[in-house]
Structure formats: C-alpha cells, structure tokens
Design a binder for this molecule. Structure first.
Ligand code: NAD
Length: 480
C-alpha cells in the first residue's frame, strides 16, 4: 500500500518512528494509503533543514526566487488531472469542484505571490530634511504552516507560496485527514530539484507534530488555518514565545436576505453558500436570515432547490455534493442534526446519512439539510457544524437581523442580499466580520485582506497583507 512519506531536506523519507497510520477515502470508506506517524524528532530534522536552507534562500535575488516558485505552479498544472482525482478521493469532494477550484487555486497561489513579491515595496518617512527613515522588509526565518482538510492543497499553498516569496523557508504540516495532495506536491518538489530544505512537509497528528512545530524554538512564525479550539492551543504555546502568529479559524456565517433582494439570485446563492463542498468551507452561509414578508416564499423555493441537489459519486459531473471528509466528521454532523431536533428544530429536507450503491455504500454521504424553527441563540445556531446543514431564521427589520447576526462568538464572513445600496453599506458596516459580500458569496480577490474577527481569527492574510505578515519590518533612520 502507498506510503505517504515526509519530505525533509529534499528527500522523501520515512518517519523516525517507522510507524504509519491508515488513510481512507470518504468516497468508499476504504483504506487506500498509509500516513507517516511523525513525532517531534521529525519536526526537529525538518526545522534544522529549513534553517540551513534559509541562509541561502533568504539571500537570493527576488527574481531567482520568483523563477523557482513559478516552476512549482507549472508543475502543479502539469499534474492537474492526477491532483484533481487525488483531492477528490482523499477529501470526498466532487471532482468537478477540485477541477474548478482547489487545484487551479493551488497553482494560482504560487503565481500570484511570486509576482506580488516583485511588486512589494516598503515605506520611507522623511523628517523635514533632518533625517530619512526607510523600512526594510526582511524574511522572518523558518515558517510553520499548519493547514486543515477542507481545501487541502488550496490552503496549504495559500501559506507556503507567500512565505517562500517573502524569502522564508517552510515546514508544512498538512491535515492528517487529507495528506495526499501535499505528498504529491512534495514529489513535485523532488522531481524539479527545488532547492533542498526550502520546503519541508511533515505528516502526522496535530497534537504531536502540529504541537511540536508550534512550540519549536527555531520557528519564529506560525500560519495556521483550522478550528477555533486548535487555534487557541497554538496561541497558548506560541504567544508566550512571542512568535508571529496568523490564525484563520472557524465561522458561523450569516447570510441575510432582505425583502427587496433579487429573489431568484438570492435563493441560488443561498443554496451555493450553504452546500458547496458539502458545507465544509469556513465561509459557508450556515445561518440564513430571511425577512418576514418574503420568508415563506423564499423558504419554499430554497427547500425545493435544495431537494433537487444530487448527492452522488464524486467522479460524476452531475453530483452536486460528494462525501463529507470522514466517518468521524459524518457522525459529528449527524449528532448536530439530532441536537437541532432536540432544540425544537424542524427538518425541512435532509437530515440523514445516505447510503449510495455498490462500492460507494461504505462512503460518508449526508443529505443537504435545512432546519427551521430554531432561536438564533440556541446551540445549533451558535456553534460551527461544518457540514451540509443550514438553519433558516425569519427576521423583522435591519436592527433585529444585525443583532442576531452578531450574536455568535464568530466573525469570519457575511453575505447581504438587497437592492438598496444605502442599506447594504449600513449593514456591512454593522456586521462583526472580516469579510462582507453584497449580493454574492465567496467572490474572492486574492489581494484583499482575508481573515476573521472575534473567535474567527487573528490577523489578515492575502495580497501584500501576507507578505507583510511573512516579513519583519525594520526601520533604518539616517541623519542627514
Ligand atoms: P483542526 O483545527 O482540527 O486541524 C487543523 C490542523 O491543525 C490540522 O493539520 C491538525 O493536524 C492541526 N492540529 C490539530 N491539533 C493541533 C495542535 N494541538 N497543535 C498544532 N496543530 C494542531 O481543523 P480541521 O478540522 O482540519 O478543519 C476544519 C476547521 O477549519 C473549521 O473550524 C473551519 O472553519 C476551519 N477553517 C477556517 C478557514 C479560514 O480561513 N478561517 C479555512 C478553512 C477551514
């Protein structure tokens, strides 16, 4: 069986322990590979290799780093179909989605940040002819990049690309739930002789390798995307060491539809926002607020459209949804649905596991689920579910919906649907979230500051914000 090995100092190697754990595909529930069960000694080796490589990589002219990074993008594109299939098999998402979003974004991340590094500049502060201050933006050192399973290669490269472009070297820790495309990426690095030690990938469990990376004294900077509870643990070990940290965490995002919204477009967008990637996107609109006067009509149309979604073989282009990522996660989602029922929620559609035919009968499929009749303050409407489950809630007016939307501990993203421009501006300004969309959802420009407020994160990544995070500003003052 295929063994997913670590990539350290340019070599694919087995973990020091010699141990592996099973990796199964949620599409079938069958084990198909084995993952390195690494420990802190593997992290020590990876960090040592990255530290050594930093001495040369950080000193390369920008254009040379750009050339190296662009080769990564080209090679991902050369392996496009294999990576699409692998991402779908490992994560359960439909292949069309990996083809349209995950893998193109992985190569785009490298192109985007390699190019951005050529345009990145810094400030000068002139002091009335007396002195001149200029700010150097220097790479920080070895970066720890820790990523989740929902957009495996997309989010891993979202970190690696700007970290490298800024002149740092990397030790990456992909999710143990979806390690395959990170492994394929390390094979690519080896194949193209990417400078040794600049990128290292260590597989394994979060509480072992993720923790060892977060507290390693030679890793001064951590970029993490994942759950809020994990972010808290990382902050607890990294903050007392005064590390730079960027935390992209969970969400419970409101999707607000006013009575004057374009009806059909907002229904379509609400379906997309709730169920894309089986509802496993941090930005998913999992709380759908609809104004009273259109509530029943909207709800019925939303339920009808949701019922027409097909949950099926991720290989088929007509499958709207594939499998959720793992048995454990499926069970968690089903428990959340039971909790919603016990809180008085009424299931308008879905609510159950689906058993597909043949080989797929052991896979982890859940019907897209809509819940009604819950207070905005109950657990179902406060806690992240991260599955194909949405709660629909009526509201009377602007102030009421703002209060309900802001009532969770999260603050990642929000969508507002209205034709009234002034209302859109007012509500956008009043919502506690790092990202607000008006009349759309998940329209991404890689240059914007991306990140969350409250328990959804610390810091912003994206565009020059990423390059700022992955560099240390140093002011030089020259007396004239
Ligand atoms: P998770 O927090 O369980 O795991 C994320 C990563 O952290 C994994 O690589 C894991 O091995 C590692 N990890 C676990 N324990 C650790 C520890 N003690 N120290 C260091 N690393 C540790 O998250 P997940 O279940 O993989 O992903 C789902 C979560 O990610 C959801 O909450 C979702 O909202 C969030 N997410 C956020 C964003 C964003 O941009 N804000 C994007 C995608 C996903």
């Amino acid at each position: 069986m295929l063994k997913i090995q670590n990539f350290i100092n340019g070599e694919l190697i087995q973990p020091n322990s010699g141990d592996y754990f099973d990796n199964s595909s949620p599409v079938t529930g069958k084990i198909y590979s084995q993952v390195s069960d690494s420990d802190e000694t593997d992290i020590d080796n990876a960090v040592a290799s990255a530290k050594e490589a930093f001495k040369t990589w950080s000193k390369l002219p920008k254009k040379e780093r750009y050339d190296h990074i662009m080769r990564l993008a080209t090679e991902i594109e050369a392996h496009f179909n294999e990576m699409v299939e692998a991402e779908s098999k490992d994560n359960g998402k439909p292949e069309w989605l990996a083809r349209a979003v995950d893998i193109p974004r992985a190569s785009e991340n490298f192109r985007f940040f390699a190019t951005a590094s050529l345009h990145f500049d810094s400030e000068i502060h002139e002091m009335d002819g007396k002195a001149l201050n200029y700010t150097l933006r220097q790479p920080v050192g070895v970066v720890g990049c820790i990523s989740p399973w929902n957009l495996p290669l997309y989010l891993l490269t979202w970190k690696i690309a700007p970290a490298l472009a800024a002149g740092n070297t990397v030790v990456a820790k992909p999710s143990e739930v979806t390690p395959m495309t990170a492994f394929m990426f390390s094979e690519i690095c080896k194949k193209i002789n990417f400078p040794k030690g600049v990128i290292n990938v260590v597989h394994g469990f979060g509480h072992k390798v993720g923790d060892a990376l977060s507290k390693h004294p030679d890793v001064p900077i951590i970029s993490f995307t994942g759950g809020t509870a994990t972010g808290e643990k990382i902050a607890a070990v990294a903050t007392p060491m005064f590390k730079k940290i960027s935390l992209e965490l969970g969400g419970k995002n409101p999707n607000i539809v006013f009575e004057d919204a374009e009806f059909n477009k907002s229904v379509d967008m609400a379906v997309k926002a709730a169920f894309s990637n089986q509802g496993q996107i941090c930005l998913c609109g999992s709380r759908l607020f609809v104004q009273n006067s259109i509530y029943e009509k909207f709800r019925d149309s939303f339920v009808e459209k949701t019922k027409s979604l097909k949950v099926g073989n991720p290989k088929n282009d007509d499958s709207n949804l594939g499998a959720v990522v793992s048995k454990q996660h499926m069970e968690k989602i089903l428990e959340c649905i039971e909790l919603a029922k016990s809180e008085g929620g009424e299931i308008l559609t879905g609510g159950k596991r689906l058993i597909l035919d043949g080989d797929l009968s052991g896979g982890y499929y859940i019907e897209p689920t809509i819940i009604e009749n819950l207070s905005h303050s109950c657990r179902t409407n406060q806690e992240e579910i991260f599955g194909p489950v949405v709660s629909i809630i009526p509201f009377a007016n602007e102030s009421e919906v703002i209060e309900m939307a802001n009532s969770t501990k999260y603050g990642l993203s929000a969508s507002i649907f209205t034709k009234d421009v002034s209302k859109a501006h007012r509500v956008a300004a009043a919502i506690d979230s790092g990202i607000v969309w008006v009349n759309t959802w998940m329209l991404r420009d890689l240059r914007i500051p991306f990140g969350g407020m409250k328990s959804s994160g610390v810091g912003r990544e994206g565009g020059f914000k990423s390059l700022e995070f992955f560099t240390e500003p140093k002011n030089v003052c020259i007396k004239i």
